[in-house]
Design a protein around this ligand. Structure first.
Ligand SMILES: Cc1cc2nc3c(=O)[nH]c(=O)nc-3n(C[C@H](O)[C@H](O)[C@H](O)COP(=O)(O)OP(=O)(O)OC[C@H]3O[C@@H](n4cnc5c(N)ncnc54)[C@H](O)[C@@H]3O)c2cc1C
Length: 416
């Protein structure tokens, strides 16, 4: 079924009897050419591009829970390509371009909304740093504008401009950035992959790898053994645990990241805003809730819930930036497990086991990367060669010294 305004009208007039489930519920087959572990955004996007763009068949996605139960359904939905380093910026700009045509391509409303992101600056030194970052973005074909204080005031007159500690002096604006509905992205890729013949197998946890003579042969799962020509791991916060089953220790730590949503309010924040003097970012959902978040909880964890200290820290950031947020009631808070790498940048690479590939280390910026990550991982799996924009995301870069440390904080995952 092709979705369109006409289809909605017809279904509305005929009692909504024609809608069908978005994907099948197949039984696992004995073997596949390609198995993708993890039915999050990256796993589903990988399967989609493998089938659609690279023409591959006999593909399965194995998900231990339900599709979209992980971070793809837990993030604060921000998409952007405002990076500095040459190892990152072309990749994220490639992702931005894929976002721009995504809904038409997979014929699903993922509510991609290019409402702009504004990174606020509070010192002269920060202005210099943002000017440099904006220039790097322009060189990579992205858009960037440096706003002065009055430029910011014209967009958001209610910000706390004269905060004694953190006065707002301007901001870096990327107008093409914005938000997308996270579940819609997972569902759109899942539907597109299913239509292309990919088996999406839920409630199927991978519990081990069968490796013979240094080559992958298949995976052990909670639903039995499944043979595979190639296996791609895209399990985000579980990367360390899953790769340990293949005998590998990852340059990754897992940390919990929380997010928050307020009660529904009248339209207040048209775009996405980030505080430049602390970690706080906020946007408003189409239902009216203020969606916001801040730092990681800082300690290693696999629990999908966080602690009160970070809630207080996030609330302080919000109050410093926009004191009116203190009047809004908090509706929900939740957490997800982030696969924090040693330099804050991802890994898309083959592994020492032939036929076993890794996609991980997304830290807390992996949602915006979903299209490019899926495309680049599918490229690697299908052709054996890295995608041009993902050449730097090597697994061995930490031992070779070619780190991509966007924040410049060194090998301390909780600070990235
Ligand atoms: C609170 C929060 C806010 C965030 N905000 C943003 C944001 O605004 N912008 C942004 O760009 N990024 C953001 N992120 C980060 C982003 O959500 C993640 O980096 C990205 O979703 C990770 O990729 P994924 O979608 O494939 O992960 P997931 O959805 O977590 O997918 C991994 C899947 O693997 C499955 N799995 C694990 N182990 C196994 C196994 N053994 N067998 C089978 N399946 C397994 C899991 O069940 C899960 O479904 C945020 C994350 C959180 C938690």
């Amino acid at each position: 079924m092709r979705y369109s305004g006409l289809r909605v009208l017809i279904e509305g007039l005929t009692g909504h009897k024609g809608w069908r489930p978005l994907w099948r519920d197949p039984q696992p087959k004995p073997a596949y050419d390609y198995i993708i572990i993890g039915g999050g955004g990256h796993g589903l996007a990988t399967a989609y591009y493998l089938a659609r763009t690279f023409g591959k068949a006999r593909i399965a996605v194995l998900e231990k829970g339900w599709l979209g139960s992980g971070n793809i359904g837990r993030n604060t939905t921000i998409i952007r390509s405002n990076y500095l380093l040459p190892g990152n910026e072309p990749f994220y700009e490639f992702s931005m371009k894929l976002w721009e045509g995504l809904e038409q391509e997979f014929n699903f409303n993922a509510m991609v909304s290019q409402r702009g992101i504004l990174n606020l600056l509070h010192t002269d030194g920060q202005r210099d740093a943002y000017r440099r970052r904006g220039n790097a973005m322009l060189f990579a074909g992205a858009d960037a504008e440096l706003l002065d204080r009055e430029g910011v005031r014209a967009m958001y007159p209610w910000l706390n401009f004269d905060n004694a500690r953190f006065p707002i002096k301007g901001g870096l604006l990327q107008r093409r950035a914005g938000t997308a509905r996270h579940d819609g992205v997972a569902w759109g890729y899942a539907r597109g992959a299913d239509l292309a013949g990919v088996d999406l197998i839920q409630n199927c946890e991978v519990t081990g790898f069968r490796i013979e003579n240094g080559r992958i042969r298949g995976v052990e799962t909670s639903r039995g053994y499944i043979g595979a020509g190639k296996v791609g791991v895209a399990v985000a916060g579980s990367t360390g645990r899953v790769m340990a089953m293949a005998g590998m220790r990852m340059p990754i730590e897992s940390h919990v990241l929380q997010a928050f949503v307020s009660e529904g309010l009248k339209p207040t924040i048209p775009g996405v805003i980030t505080f430049g003097a602390g970690h706080f970012y906020v946007s408003q959902s189409d239902k009216g809730g203020l969606v916001f978040g801040g730092d990681l909880d800082g300690y290693n964890s696999y629990a999908q819930r966080g602690n009160m200290a970070v809630i207080e820290d996030v609330a302080e950031g919000g109050m410093a930036l926009m004191p009116m947020i203190g009047r809004a009631r908090l509706l929900r808070a939740w957490g997800g497990i982030m696969d924090m790498s040693m330099d804050g940048s991802p890994i898309i690479d083959r592994t020492p086991v032939e036929g076993l590939y890794l996609n991980g280390g997304w830290c807390y910026g992996g949602f915006k990367a979903t299209p490019a990550s899926g495309y680049a991982f599918a490229h690697l799996l299908a052709t054996g060669a890295p995608h041009d924009t993902a050449r730097g995301y090597r697994l061995d870069r930490f031992e070779r010294g070619y780190v991509i440390d966007e924040k410049g904080v060194g090998a301390q995952p909780n600070l990235h």
